[in-house]
Design a protein around this ligand. Structure first.
Ligand code: URA
Length: 168
């Protein structure tokens, strides 16, 4: 067994931004906190780049337990975990959701489109909440050439967030 504990989420329960990833990895499983490994460090930098401290946002994953060998989540695992995530979204009530990575994006949008087609635009999930998709930080570590596009996504997220506030 590779799962030692559940990893439910971390951050400010009143957060205006919510980050949703895929599933805990080995570091996350050990520490019981999402995005604490190398990908997490890059996620922290991405947030910092748009003026957000990690402590200010709320971070969660689709899956609440680490899949063996970090394999892709299975449909029944997603089905088991998704109600918890939607409940988290309701409770935190974020103004904007930042979804990182193909698996999280395809799951939340119920889409088979590649991430290149899902990023860079405004989506609505969970009763009309705005969501922006970008690349997973673990992918950006492997493909740094995609960081520029991810930066554009982050700027779109900020613009979306700002325009929501202006209009409310
Ligand atoms: N990757 C994820 O998608 N989530 C984590 O918590 C860590 C790595």
């Amino acid at each position: 067994l590779t799962r030692t504990q559940g990893v439910f989420g971390v951050g400010n329960p009143q957060a205006e931004w919510m980050v949703i990833g895929e599933a805990p990895g080995a570091d996350e499983d050990r520490q019981g906190e999402p995005f604490v490994g190398r990908a997490g460090q890059l996620l922290n930098s991405m947030l910092r780049a748009i003026g957000l401290k990690r402590e200010q946002v709320f971070i969660a994953n689709i899956l609440k337990s680490r899949p063996p060998n970090n394999r892709d989540p299975r449909p029944e695992e997603v089905r088991a975990c998704l109600p918890y995530l939607f409940r988290q979204i309701e409770l935190i009530d974020p103004k904007l959701i930042l979804c990182v990575g193909r698996i999280a994006a395809q799951t939340l949008l119920q889409s088979d489109l590649p991430i290149g087609k899902l990023r860079g635009k405004l989506h609505r999930i969970a009763r009309d909440r705005p969501m922006i998709v970008t690349y997973h930080p673990a992918y950006l570590l492997r493909s740094p050439g995609e960081k520029r596009k991810s930066w554009e996504d982050l700027l779109l997220a900020v613009r979306t967030f700002d325009s929501l506030r202006a209009g409310s």
